[in-house]
Design a binder for this molecule. Structure first.
Ligand code: GMT
Length: 376
């Protein structure tokens, strides 16, 4: 039998997908008997709602008048070193390259230089905007490239993101040495459920309302899909584009049909009873919220971008439409909103896809196998 591992995981403590995946992975690895330490500058919400045996290290750094904000990425590095010196980590696994791959890289280098234990292996998992918008920006690109090259393993959450990583960072591309390990879902927590409180057809969307999610565009498409019929669009989450989406709903005269719920944890109760989940992003490396909806038995309408086609099968578990094609998107939305039998059938196929390809237990085993290969 394989000995349990000591694993350190770094992530952003947000409702964003990378923090969710990292927290769920930490819990799932702990369930398999490993000792897991999670490092962040706050407790991630997905960890907070669980009672799992993951040791949380909140590292914020000392506030000091010289700093605009305390450099918590350095505090995280320092905390990893403390833990490594005490218990000896086998692996440090950074989620989202900036700044976590850098924090983890510094910790590994310091462990190599100063501690008597073998240094931990460094794994970096890329989630999307960390290399498509942030890590490839000239202000970070050189360092991102360096830490990707220096990682013992780089993984991405979709094949599309692996391709884009190797296009953006050519040093990784001879041949492209990036492993694809897809995102996953807890099939017990995200399962078909009742619980919605509004009458009639329901479309639901969950996001951080950043421009890349195109929420105002979604409100426009929903208005177009209605054509005088009754339905509700439930918007879960919050972020910079929320005021614009709200104003647009008012301008289009559908403010009573668009409900802004803010950030919520009761996602299965909101996703499960909906007739359709809508994703309208201009870019999406995977689409974790869409997968969570699918696991709840809800079909998806999405723009055909990034890794989404690796998750949603057009015509089977939902519909994919070309980016910018408002009419096609509105049409797909209307088909699922106003045809309960189609929504039920595609929803069942969506749940089956989640079971067959994105089961949390199976994907966690893939991560564990990768750690063991590095340590062998
Ligand atoms: O950019 C975001 O939407 C948040 C970001 C994150 O890292 O928190 O999400 C990315 O990672 C998720 C988890 O792997 C993926 O499901 C999302 O598709 C991806 N977002 C984008 O690529 C825009």
């Amino acid at each position: 039998m394989n000995a349990p591992l000591k694993i350190g995981i770094l992530c952003h403590p947000t409702y964003g997908g990378s923090g969710v995946v990292a927290s769920e992975l930490a819990l799932s690895l702990a369930e398999r008997g490993h000792t897991v330490h999670l490092f962040s500058h706050e407790v991630p919400p997905r960890l907070a709602r669980s009672s799992g045996p993951v040791e949380m290290h909140v590292a914020q750094g000392l506030p000091y008048p010289l700093f605009q904000t305390p450099p918590h990425d350095l505090a995280i590095t320092s905390r990893i070193l403390d833990v490594h010196r005490k218990v000896g980590l086998d692996v440090v696994h950074a989620h989202y390259a900036i700044p976590h791959a850098v924090s983890a890289y510094l910790a590994r280098e310091a462990a190599r230089a100063y501690t008597e234990r073998p240094a931990p292996k460094l794994v970096t998992t890329l989630h999307g905007t960390d290399i498509t918008l942030v890590g490839n920006d000239p202000s970070y690109a050189a360092l991102t490239e360096h830490v990707l090259l220096a990682s013992d393993r780089v993984t991405t959450v979709s094949q599309d993101l692996a391709n884009r990583t190797c296009e953006n960072f050519k040093v990784l591309a001879t041949p492209c040495d990036v492993e694809v390990i897809p995102n996953f879902v807890d099939l017990e927590f995200f399962s078909p459920k009742q619980g919605i409180w509004c009458e009639g057809p329901v479309a639901v969307h969950v996001s951080n309302f950043r421009p890349v999610k195109q929420v105002p565009w979604l409100v426009r498409a929903f208005a177009m899909a209605l054509q005088g019929r009754d339905a509700t669009l439930i918007l879960v989450g919050d972020g910079p584009d929320q005021p614009e989406a709200r104003q647009l709903a008012e301008r289009l005269g559908i403010q009573d049909k668009v409900r802004f719920l803010g950030v919520r944890d009761a996602l299965p109760q909101l996703l499960g009873p909906a007739h359709v989940y809508c994703s309208s992003s201009s870019e999406e490396s995977f689409g974790l919220s869409a997968l969570e909806a699918m696991a709840c038995g809800t079909p998806v309408v999405s723009t055909r971008v990034g890794g989404v086609p690796e998750v949603v099968e057009d015509g089977v578990s939902g519909f994919l439409t070309e980016l910018g094609d408002l009419e096609a998107y509105a049409d797909a939305l209307a088909r699922l909103l106003f045809d309960p039998e189609l929504s039920r059938r595609m929803g069942a196929a969506a749940r089956q896809t989640a079971i067959d390809r994105f089961d949390r237990v199976r994907v966690t085993a893939q991560y564990e196998a990768m750690y063991r290969r590095l340590l062998a």
